[in-house]
Design a protein around this ligand. Structure first.
Ligand SMILES: [Zn+2]
Length: 224
């Protein structure tokens, strides 16, 4: 720690250059002094010149990013799921957020009726057509109906859903999901379902339907 008396013609940059050999280190001086207007240093002002930090003056680590606006929704939706899937889903979202990718969980637990409604899309409900089909699963034949699956969308920089699956965020999400032990619908052969992730621990849908009469917990107890 040293002192420096401001001379005529000094700038923070020139003082930093004298003190540290680099004008770019002037923020060290700013943060050690109460400088209200860095452009108008008063001659005769005594400045504290702090020692350089041990890391050589590298800027401090940036603060963690603020929680994304989707965080609350994600917590709520994942909270409806089997605890192992919920924990892995949170880990997957965390991994992605470290890479600067935001994810919104669009759907998690889905009732049989909701599933039947989805199945009707493109088949019996208007508009009819192959391109409107969103699922091959009728009520009771999707792991969503048993709290064992969730769907996501990648959010762009302003928090809007980005359904363009060529966006690199989709690939990153798939990799993150698989790295925490989730099965990804994009790996399926017959119907690629890129937003879909599930955790079944080998339980079949037939077994799920059978156990469902006893409640979701019956199914979840089997899925370890
Ligand atoms: Zn899904």
């Amino acid at each position: 720690m040293a002192k420096y008396v401001v001379q005529k013609g000094d700038t923070l940059g020139s003082i930093a250059k004298k003190a540290y050999g680099s004008a770019g280190k002037y923020p060290l001086i700013v943060s050690a002094n109460s400088i209200t207007n860095p452009d108008r240093l008063k001659v005769g002002t005594v400045l504290v010149i702090p020692d350089q930090p041990a890391n050589g003056g590298a800027p401090p680590a940036p603060p963690p990013p603020p929680p994304s606006p989707s965080a609350g929704i994600n917590v709520r939706r994942l909270g409806q799921l089997h605890p192992v899937l919920a924990a892995r889903g949170r880990a997957m979202i965390d991994l992605c957020s470290h890479e600067g990718i935001s994810i919104l969980v669009t759907q998690a637990l889905r009732t049989w009726e909701e599933q039947d409604g989805l199945y009707a899309k493109g088949r019996t409900g208007d508009p009819i057509g192959k391109k409107y089909i969103v699922t091959n699963a009728k009520g009771g034949s999707s792991y969503h109906n048993f709290g064992l699956a969730f769907d996501i969308v990648i959010l762009d920089a302003i928090g809007k859903a980005d359904w363009d699956t060529a966006h690199p965020g989709w690939k990153a999400a798939a990799e993150a999901g698989k790295s925490v032990g989730l099965e990804w619908g994009g790996d399926w052969k017959s119907f690629k379902d890129l937003p879909h992730f599930q955790y079944t621990a080998g339980i079949t849908l037939a077994e799920c339907r059978e156990l469902y009469a006893g409640g979701l917990q019956q199914i979840w107890d089997r899925v370890k």
